[in-house]
Design a protein around this ligand. Structure first.
Ligand code: SF4
Ligand code: SF4
Length: 358
C-alpha cells in the first residue's frame, strides 16, 4: 500500500478510536492518541511503534469486521512499523528488504570463507578450545568490529531521522532520567500487559506467555553480552587467554545466556504459529520469523561452540558461529532487530509527553 494511502487508512481508524476511547487503559497508544487532535504521518508512525502488538484492542473492538468500519489497529500499526523499518535505513536498496538481508548474508558467508582461509593457510595444526589457535587476534577483532560499527552508525542516523519525523526536538533528547525510565519500561516490557491481565496473544484470552518468553530471550541475550564483556576484560586487563575453564564467568554466562535465548525463541516461535493472523500482516509475520530463527542460530551455534570445544568439530562450529554473529550485526538495521530502537524512541517520547500530567 502506498504511504499516503497507509496514512489515510490509519487516520480514518484512529479518528474513530479517538471518539470511542474504549481502549485507553490497554496501553500508552490510546492516551498518546487522546493528546492529539490532528494526526500527522509522524504521529501515526510514533503511535505504531508505541504499540506492542498485544491484540487487546482488536479483541475488544465493537467496530472490527464484520462491522462496516472494519477497524483493526494492530494490523494497521504492523503495516506502519514495517514502513518505519524500511524508511529510515541507508542504503535503501529499493523497498525489498529481503534483497538487503541477502546482501548481508552473502557478505557474512564471504567472511566465513575468509576465516576458513586463515585457518587453513596460517594454522593448520591449531590447538582446540581457543579461537586464536587459528584466527589471529587482530583479524578476529576486525571481522567482529566492522559490522558492529556499521550497524551502530546506520541505526544512530536512522533513529535521529525518526525522532525528527515524530516531532521531537534535539533539546528534548537530553533528559537522562527520562531515558533511564523509558529504557526500563522497554526492558521490562511494561506495556506488553494489556493494561494488567496480559495480552490476548496468541488467542483471544489474556495471558503473559509472550511477555515471559520475550523477557527470557532478552535476559539470555544480556547474559551472552556479559559473557563477551567479561572475557574481554579478563583477556585485556588480567592477561587470561581462552580457553577458560567450564566453571568460569565467561563460560557459565555464555551457556546460561544461550540456553535462555533458545527457550525464549522457541516459546515465541510456538506462539507465533498459533497467533491470530488477522491482527498482523504477512510481511510482519515473516519479519518475526526471520528475527527468531536468526537468534536461534546465534544462540545455538554459540552453545555448540562451548560444548564442542575439545573436539575436532570446534573450528568448523566456531567459524559458523562467527559468521552468524557477523550476519546478525550486518542485517540488524534492515530487519526487525531494529524494532528495539524505534520502540525505545517512542516510549521515551511518550514519557516526555506524559510527564507534566503525571
Ligand atoms: S479499537 Fe475499537 S474499541 Fe478500541 S478505541 Fe478504537 S474504536 Fe474503540
Ligand atoms: S494491539 Fe495492544 S499495544 Fe497495540 S494499540 Fe492495541 S492495545 Fe495497544
Amino acid at each position: 500500500m502506498p504511504l499516503h494511502e497507509l496514512f489515510e487508512e490509519a487516520n480514518r481508524q484512529l479518528v474513530i478510536c479517538n471518539a470511542c476511547r474504549y481502549c485507553e487503559g490497554y496501553c500508552p497508544v490510546w492516551p498518546a492518541l487522546e493528546r492529539r487532535r490532528h494526526l500527522t504521518p509522524g504521529d501515526v508512525a510514533h503511535l505504531a511503534n508505541l504499540c506492542h502488538d498485544c491484540n487487546d484492542c482488536l479483541t475488544a473492538c465493537m467496530y472490527s469486521a464484520p462491522h462496516e468500519f472494519e477497524l483493526n489497529p494492530p494490523q494497521i500499526f504492523s503495516k506502519l512499523r514495517t514502513d518505519t523499518y524500511d524508511r529510515y535505513v541507508w542504503p535503501r536498496v529499493g523497498q525489498v528488504r529481503s534483497t538487503r538481508a541477502l546482501v548481508g548474508t552473502a557478505l557474512s558467508l564471504a567472511v566465513a570463507v575468509l576465516l576458513l582461509a586463515f585457518r587453513l593457510a596460517l594454522h593448520p595444526h591449531a590447538p582446540k578450545g581457543s579461537p586464536y589457535g587459528f584466527i589471529p587476534h587482530d583479524a578476529l577483532i576486525a571481522v567482529a568490529l566492522v559490522p558492529v560499527v556499521w550497524g551502530l552508525i546506520i541505526m544512530t542516523i536512522a533513529s535521529l531521522h525518526y525522532w525528527r519525523d515524530i516531532g521531537g526536538s534535539w533539546s528534548e533528547l537530553a533528559h537522562p532520567v527520562t531515558w533511564m525510565n523509558a529504557l526500563s519500561d522497554g526492558a521490562r516490557l511494561k506495556h506488553m500487559s494489556g493494561g494488567g491481565p496480559g495480552c490476548d496473544y496468541p488467542g483471544d484470552s489474556p495471558n503473559n506467555l509472550r511477555k515471559y518468553f520475550h523477557l527470557t530471550l532478552v535476559a539470555g541475550f544480556g547474559l551472552c553480552f556479559a559473557s563477551t564483556t567479561v572475557a574481554a576484560i579478563e583477556e585485556e586487563f588480567l592477561n587470561r587467554i581462552p580457553p577458560y575453564p567450564i566453571i568460569s564467568a565467561p563460560v557459565l554466562l555464555g551457556l546460561f545466556g544461550g540456553a535462555g535465548m533458545l527457550v525464549g525463541c522457541l516459546g515465541l516461535l510456538r506462539l507465533q504459529q498459533r497467533r491470530n493472523l488477522e491482527a498482523t500482516t504477512p510481511r510482519m509475520s515473516a519479519a518475526d520469523r526471520v528475527l527468531v530463527w536468526t537468534l536461534i542460530a546465534l544462540a545455538g551455534t554459540g552453545v555448540l561452540t562451548t560444548v564442542l570445544r575439545s573436539t575436532s568439530a570446534y573450528a568448523a562450529i566456531l567459524l559458523i558461529h562467527l559468521a552468524t554473529v557477523v550476519t546478525c550485526f550486518a542485517i540488524a538495521p534492515y530487519t526487525k532487530f531494529a524494532h528495539f530502537v524505534y520502540r525505545s524512541m517512542s516510549i521515551y517520547k511518550d514519557r516526555l509527553e506524559a510527564a507534566p500530567r503525571n
